[in-house]
Design a protein around this ligand. Structure first.
Ligand code: XIL
Length: 299
């Protein structure tokens, strides 16, 4: 096939991109979006500060615009993200204890209910583990409400939208030997053994070239998959977009049958949160880069 989405679809996979609602009026942007991708992730529009800017007052306009655009072009949506320590509105940052616990669970319930039937996969919880060798949870206001907060968020999302596929998403869980990877693996193993609803694990995969794209990435993907969850590469971007690294990531995914989604974190380099590093598949003028051809060939 001649596009990323159509090529991924040949093996039952999705090739997606992060999308910013503010760019949907740019026809150069939407031309690439609608031609190349069969999955989108709202880059910021479904985060807590966007969807519940004031406590109990929900704001869905920008997220709904992305969902509508996707629906009218046959593109599937990964929702991102229901619970996270970052991009919280001020009111939530100032809460703690049982008040915060009810606020975050209400948030999960309300947002998952609003998008029921329109979001195929949800990042229910994002970035809950600490970097480094501790294998511990990240300290955050949410973590301080009790160690079971992640499980509670997954149960609330499942109750609100029983058909959505529910994912845990994080970065630096690429190297199978890292303590953070092992800690997330044990959480997923525990959830599966106790029937906590979890369907997928997302590896953000913000790579800097060689150094943090590990040679055992495929082992990590297949090890998570062996727990009975799908694996997604959710926020792929690679400093300077080396063709070899992009091909390897795609080859690693294709080698694992439960690796179902590859999402790049933006369309053109100029759209990227790391725009100074030219990490994406299209240049600022929308031209295909060498990395694009490497990915298309590998798919
Ligand atoms: C980033 C967005 O790309 C930026 O526009 C925003 O300013 C900050 O967040 N991990 C995540 C994403 O899960 O939500 C982040 O997205 C990048 C890191």
């Amino acid at each position: 096939a001649s596009t990323l989405g159509a090529s991924a679809a040949q093996s039952g996979r999705y090739f997606g991109t992060a999308v910013a609602s503010g760019r949907l009026g740019d026809s150069a942007y939407t031309t690439l979006l609608d031609r190349e991708f069969n999955q989108v992730t709202p880059e910021n529009e479904m985060k807590i500060d966007a969807t519940e800017p004031q406590r109990g007052q929900f704001s869905y306009g920008n997220a709904d615009r992305i969902v509508q655009h996707a629906a009218s072009h046959g593109i599937k949506v990964r929702g991102h993200t229901l619970a996270w320590h970052s991009q919280q509105p001020g009111w939530m940052q100032s809460l703690s204890g049982s008040t915060l616990r009810s606020a975050i669970l209400n948030h999960v319930t309300q947002v998952a209910t609003h998008f029921r039937g329109q979001v195929t996969w949800w990042d229910v919880v994002n970035e809950a583990y600490a970097d480094g060798s501790s294998g511990a949870r990240r300290d955050s206001n949410l973590q301080r409400t009790g160690n079971d907060w992640i499980e509670a968020a997954f149960r609330a999302a499942d109750a609100a939208d029983p058909n959505a596929l529910l994912c845990y998403n994080d970065y630096n869980i690429d190297n199978w030997n890292d303590a953070k990877t092992q800690a997330v693996y044990r959480m997923v193993q525990d959830f599966k053994s106790r029937g906590v609803p979890i369907d997928c694990v997302g590896l953000q995969s913000h790579f800097t070239g060689g150094s943090n794209y590990p040679s055992n990435y495929r082992t990590t993907l297949s090890s998570f998959a062996a727990l009975g969850v799908d694996v997604h590469i959710t926020e792929l971007d690679i400093r300077n977009a080396p063709t070899s690294a992009y091909s390897s990531v795609v080859n690693d995914c294709l080698a694992v049958s439960r690796c179902k989604v590859i999402t790049v974190w933006g369309i053109r380099d100029s759209d990227s949160w790391r725009s100074g590093e030219s990490p994406l598949l299209f240049d600022g003028s929308g031209n295909k880069k060498a990395a694009y051809n490497a990915v298309l060939t590998a798919l």
